[in-house]
Structures are given as C-alpha cells and as structure tokens.
Write a protein that binds this ligand. Structure first.
Ligand code: NAP
Ligand code: FE
Length: 364
C-alpha cells in the first residue's frame, strides 16, 4: 500500500510553483528555522517577498537547535498561539522540519511536552509547508518527528499522518551553502533511509526501483558534490535521493540502523547522519543472512558487488571510533531494544549481538 498526502514541488522554480498552494494554507505563518540556515540557504530572501505580495503575515521562530528537544517545541507552540498563526513554514534540515511538526500538533491539540507522544491526544494539526535545506532526512515527505526528551535525554521519534507536510518545496539551490561535513553526513542519512526501505519487514516492492535509483544517485554524485559544492546537478541528484529516502521510510519506517545511532547523538553529539553511517556496514552484514534475495536484487540493480559498495562507503571519513569506557552500555542496549524501530528490523538482535555491533566502533 502506498500513501503520501504531500504535494511535492521539485526544482529551481519550486517555490514559485507552490505559491498558490502556500496562499491556501492560511493568513499568518510561523516560520520555524534554526539560527543560520534559513538565511544562508537563500530561502528567506525568496520567501519573504512572496508572503508580502500575497498578504500573508508571518512570525519567525528561529530557536530550533540541532536534534530539537521538547523545550524547543513548547517555545514554538507558545509563539504560534501568542502570534495568532494558522500554519507553519519549516525551513532547514530535519531539525526545524521535525520541530515544526511537533509544534503543529502541540498547538492544535494544546498538548504539553509529556502529552506529545500520546497518540490518542492527537486529533488535529495545522498545515505545514516544508522547505528542506539539507539533502538527508526526507522529513519534508514523512509523518515522523524525532525529538529529544529534555529530562531523560533520550531521543525518540513518533509518527502521525496528521503531520505529513502539506507541501514539500525541494530546491537544490538552497543546499549549495552546506558545509562539506553536513553534506556528507546528511547524504549518509539519505542512504540509510533508502537501504532501510529494503531492510524493513514493511518493505514495499513497488518502491524498489525508486530506492535503487536513489542509492545510485548518491554513489554517482556524493564525491562530486564534496569536491564542487556549488555544482548544482550533483546537489539536485542528492536532493532527489533524499526525497526518495523520505518516501521510502514514510512507508517502511526506520530500523535498528537508526535506533543504534540515537544514543551516540544524545551522549556524544555525533551528527545524526554520521551516527547512521558509522554502523552502516555492520548493520548490512548483520541483516544480510535474513534478506539475501533483497540484497542480491539491490546490488544487481546498482551494478556493484557488496565488496565494491563497502569499498565506496569506506572512501569517506565515516569510520568514527568512540571511547565507550564511560557509558552505561547496558542502559543503551535496553534503550535500543525498546525503541519502536526495532520491531520491523529483519532480524531483532539479542543483547549480546547488539553489544558486539556497538563495540565494533570502540577506540583502541
Ligand atoms: P539539521 O540538524 O537540521 O542541521 C544541521 C546543521 O546544518 C545546522 O547547523 C544547520 O544550521 C546547518 N544547515 C542546514 N541547512 C544549511 C544550509 N543550506 N547551509 C548552511 N548550513 C545549513 O540537520 P539534518 O541532518 O538535516 O537533520 C537531523 C535531524 O533530523 C535529526 O534530529 C534527525 O533525528 C532528524 N531526522 C528526521 C527524519 C524524519 O523523517 N522526520 C528522518 C531522519 C532524520 P542552523 O541550525 O544554524 O540553521
Ligand atoms: Fe535519518
């Protein structure tokens, strides 16, 4: 079954093409963004004149940090209600897009931080326009919001069809200002999503051609993009792959591949995409015996052997080694095994197997 209620605009005239649809969303927008990317990407410079010409008022909430927490959602909700907004425009990477989704639900249902994860309390939402400025999360086309609980410091996502963005405006011109580190990390996130579209027990064969094409686009364009950050065709390919990765996980959800990285992000500040990338090879090898046919099809379609793929992967600086000495490994293992991503993994690891995978990145 395929379901995607988001209207997608792709390419260098995406914002203009979406103009009439943005007008239908409401009269006053809360613009949700981080500190710098809405400006650096050039989105605000193009968006604000359009809003002014169309008579749409706005209020800017630029308080979204990387890996947003529940406090940030409350601040955004308060501003949304105080300013009398009636829709949201998220500009940035996954962090502002995920924050905007949670703000939408919190404001529409008057939810406190503790209530956000309770699906029974989510009855309605405000419309969300998503304008990604990274090519990684695909959050512009997913129903997920990933947040860090401020008290427990545990990072966990939730999904609700109410928070699929109404419009996704994907223009690679907004991504040329990305640093090479963020370009690499977010591309690895997109690669993880595409692979998880195949790994997940909810895999949907109808999506396979799109997934394999997305993976090939990353293989063909990532090095080029890192060498020539302003070369638009490479960015366009990566933006497209990221979008497809989002479409994939909107149907299949993510797996252990994502769950294993979350504590590394909250404990050590490892960027989300890199936290996925550092375990990419290990997770593929762990899953391989259970998904032989799917992986054979994947490698046939991308025209590479598994060894060539791993060699390509290893050509990027993603082999992070971490000193695990100070962490409560058993707590991490329990947290990962309890995460909602685990159940749809093709193999559910035992605590011993999980410990082994985590220890593979132990610093000597
Ligand atoms: P991000 O945390 O949104 O942004 C990373 C950094 O990149 C920030 O410092 C940001 O700056 C900067 N940046 C963004 N766009 C830029 C641009 N065009 N030019 C220059 N700098 C730019 O990174 P992300 O990897 O896209 O998002 C990660 C988050 O998304 C994680 O919390 C992850 O769990 C979540 N996620 C969600 C989904 C989903 O389906 N909902 C899927 C995967 C991941 P500023 O902060 O200063 O603006
Ligand atoms: Fe991700």
């Amino acid at each position: 079954m395929l379901y995607l209620p988001t209207r997608i605009f792709l390419g260098s005239s995406a914002l203009n093409d979406a103009r009439a649809y943005i007008c239908n969303e409401g009269k006053k927008a809360l613009i949700v963004c981080g500190k710098s990317s809405a400006h650096k990407s050039g989105v605000l410079a193009e968006l604000l004149p359009i809003l002014a010409e169309e008579g749409i008022a706005h209020s800017v909430f630029s308080g979204v940090c990387e890996n947003p927490d529940l406090d940030c959602v409350t601040q955004g909700k308060d501003q949304f209600l105080r300013e009398g907004c009636d829709f949201l425009i998220a500009i940035g990477g996954g962090s502002p897009m995920d924050a905007a989704k949670a703000i939408s639900l919190a404001a529409a249902n008057k939810l406190s931080e503790d209530q956000l994860y309770d699906a029974t309390l989510r009855k309605k939402s405000y419309g969300i326009v998503a304008i990604p400025t990274t090519h990684g999360t695909g959050s512009e086309v997913t129903q997920y919001s990933v947040l860090t609980n401020t008290k427990t410091q545990i990072k966990a996502g939730f999904g609700s069809d109410l928070i699929f963005p109404r419009l996704a405006i994907v223009d690679a011109r907004y991504m040329t200002s990305l640093s090479s580190r963020v370009s690499l990390n977010t591309s690895m996130d997109a690669l993880s999503h595409l692979l998880e579209g195949i790994y997940s027990t909810k895999r949907e064969p109808l999506l396979f051609p799109m997934i394999t094409r997305g993976i090939r686009l990353i293989i063909d364009n990532l090095s080029l993009c890192l060498k020539e950050p302003d070369y638009l065709p490479a960015r366009q390919a990566l933006a497209q792959a990221s979008l497809w990765g989002g479409v994939a996980i909107a149907h299949t959800s993510t797996t252990l591949q994502h769950a294993i990285g979350y504590p590394f992000t909250t404990e050590f500040g490892v960027p989300h995409g890199l936290a996925n990338a550092m375990f990419l090879r290990q997770i593929m090898e762990f899953y391989a015996p259970a998904i032989k046919d799917e992986l054979s099809l994947l490698f046939a379609r991308i025209g590479m052997s598994p060894e060539e793929f791993i060699a390509w992967l290893n050509s990027f600086p993603i082999q992070l080694k971490v000193d695990l000495g100070g962490i409560k490994l058993e707590d991490w293992i329990e947290q990962i095994l309890n995460s909602r991503n685990i159940q749809i993994s093709p193999v559910i690891p035992t605590a011993i197997e999980l410990r082994e995978i985590i220890r593979s990145i132990q610093k000597d």
